[in-house]
Design a protein around this ligand. Sequence first.
Ligand code: ADP
Length: 339
Amino acid sequence: MKNINTMLSRSKSKYWLFFHIVFIYIASSFIWWSYLLHKNNRENFNEVISRERTVYGQNGGLMSRFEQSNVYTKLQADFQRTELMLYGEGLVFIGLITLGFWRIRKTFREEIAMTRQQNNFLLSITHELKSPLASLKLTMQTIQKRQLDAEHIKSMADMSMDDIERLELLVENILLASKIESANFSLNRELMDLSTITATIYDKIKIKHKGQLIFINDIEKDIYIYGDRFSFASVIYNLIENAIKYSSSDGEINVTLSGDEHNAFLSVTDTGIGIPVNEKSRIFDRFYRIGTEETRKTKGTGLGLFIVKHVVEMHKGSIQVKNNSPKGSIFEVSIPVGA
Ligand code: ADP
C-alpha cells in the first residue's frame, strides 16, 4: 500500500509538470496574441491617420492642424475604443483561464488526498482485521493443544473477548459509516435513557482498561433524549475509545453527562496528545487521521469522528473540540432533548 502512495506521488509530479507546461504554453500564446493584436491596431491607426492627413491637406486643410480636426478626434476615439476592448477581453480571458486552472488544480489535489486517505484506510483496516484474528487463532490453538487449568482458560477467554469487541467495533463503524453515506439512511428514533446508555458503555470500557488509566465520571441520572440508540452508542464508544487511544497509560479520562430542559450535554475529556488547532476541523472528515503512516503511533481507520459528527448532526446537535489544560482534548456534544 505504501507503494501505491509512492506511485501516486510519481504520477502526481508527472501530471504536475504536464499541467504547468500546458498552463505556461496557453498563457504565453495568449500574451503573444494580445501583443500582436495591439500592434496591429496601432499600425492600422497610424496608417489611417497618415492617409486621412493627406486627404485633409488635399481638401485645403492645414496638415499641421490635422490633430485638432474632427476626423482625427473620431479616429482616435475609435482607436481607443478598440484598445479598451482588447484589454478588457484580454483580462476576462486570462481571468477565466486562471480560474479554470485553479479549479482543476484544486480538484486534482483533493482527489489525490482522498485516494491517499482511502489507501491508508485499506492499510489500517487490513491491520485492524488481521491482528485480532491472529490473536484469536493463537488463543484457540493454545487451548486445543495444551491442558490448561480453568483460571488460565478464563484469562485467555477474557483476552479473546477484547479482540472480538475490537472487531465488533470496527465492523460496526464500517457499516454505520457506509449507511450514513447512503441517501436513504434514516435514524430509528425512540425515547432513550442516555444516562443508562452512557454509564453502561463507560463501565464496560473502564473494566476493559482496568488498571491502565484513571477513569472519572459525572453522569447525571435520568437524562432522556429522543434518538437512535444504536448510532448514539457508537458516538459514546468512539469518543471514549479515542480518549484512551490517544492518551498515555497514566492518562485521565473524564466522562460527564448533564442536561437542562432543552439539551443534553456529553463531554469526554482526556489528558493525551491533544489536537493541533489546524487539524481541529479536519479530524471529522472521512478517513482523516492526523500525521502520516510513518509518524502515527496508533492504529485506526479515520471513521470514528466522521460517524460521531454525522450522528450528532442528524440528531440536530453539535460537537466541539477544545484543548484541555495543561494537555489533552475535550470533546463536547450537545443534543436537543426533543429533536
Ligand atoms: P481513528 O480511527 O484514526 O482514531 P477517528 O475518526 O476516530 O479515527 O479520529 C480521527 C483522528 O483524530 C485520529 O486519527 C487522531 O489523529 C485524532 N483524534 C481523535 N480523537 C483524539 C483525541 N482524543 N486526542 C487526540 N487526537 C485525537
